[in-house]
Design a protein around this ligand. Structure first.
Ligand code: GDP
Length: 197
């Protein structure tokens, strides 16, 4: 199925604050995670060509919600709550950890994880935590190195090489406004959602 046709039916399904609110664990879903302000919402919107599907919370880190979107029965995208926002209370950090751990441990349909990482900042501790949770769950991950337009091509490639020396997952140079890395991200997404196609 052509990719744009595939995403044209994408619709918000529900938000979950705890595991009992997750939609039925059937079919396949691909999740997006990343630090607050890393460009996660912009990446979701660019990849799906849906301008305002994912929204940045105006008050980052207040409500820790997992947002589920449905493409069709058995194909979902999942927007995981952003992390790493400095002003978040310890109790909210703890909620985030419990919610995300429950998600990674239980979610049979989770078939792939994108982590958005600002290319200028590199991977931080919580990005590594996401990588290790996905690894423990046997879920493949890929990193979108966002805001690549902020660096020259050669600096971007050098930065990717440096990061590649520390992690063993695909690294995609990405820019939402410049539409860089969109095709690679879409191919990766479809491979996870429809491996048999
Ligand atoms: P989120 O909090 O991770 O969902 O981040 P957003 O998608 O809301 O982006 C945070 C800020 O970074 C916004 O001001 C975006 O316009 C900007 N941004 C996101 N992606 C890019 C990118 O690829 N290039 C540039 N230059 N800015 C970006």
């Amino acid at each position: 199925m052509p990719i744009m046709t595939f995403f044209s039916s994408l619709e918000f399904l529900k938000s979950a604050q705890k595991a009992s609110q997750f939609p039925p664990d059937l079919g396949r879903e691909v999740a997006f995670s990343g630090r607050s302000n890393s460009g996660k919402s912009s990446a979701i919107n660019a990849i799906t060509a849906r301008r305002s599907l994912a929204r940045t919370s105006k008050t980052p880190g207040r409500t820790q919600l997992i947002n589920f979107f449905e493409i069709d029965t058995g194909h979902r995208l999942v927007d995981l709550p952003g992390y790493g926002y400095a002003k978040v209370a310890e109790s909210v950090r703890q909620e985030w950890r419990v919610l995300l751990e429950a998600y990674f441990q239980r979610r049979e349909s989770l078939s792939g994880l994108f982590i958005t990482v600002d290319i200028r900042r590199g991977l931080k501790e919580l990005d590594q935590v996401m990588l290790s949770w996905s690894q423990e769950a046997g879920v493949p991950a890929a990193i979108l190195l966002t805001k690549a337009d902020k660096l020259s091509r050669s600096s971007g490639l050098a930065q990717r090489r440096q990061i590649a020396a520390t992690v063993a997952v695909p690294l995609i140079l990405f820019s939402a406004p410049k539409r860089l890395g969109l095709e690679d991200a879409r191919v990766q997404l479809l491979t996870w959602l429809e491996p048999e196609a």
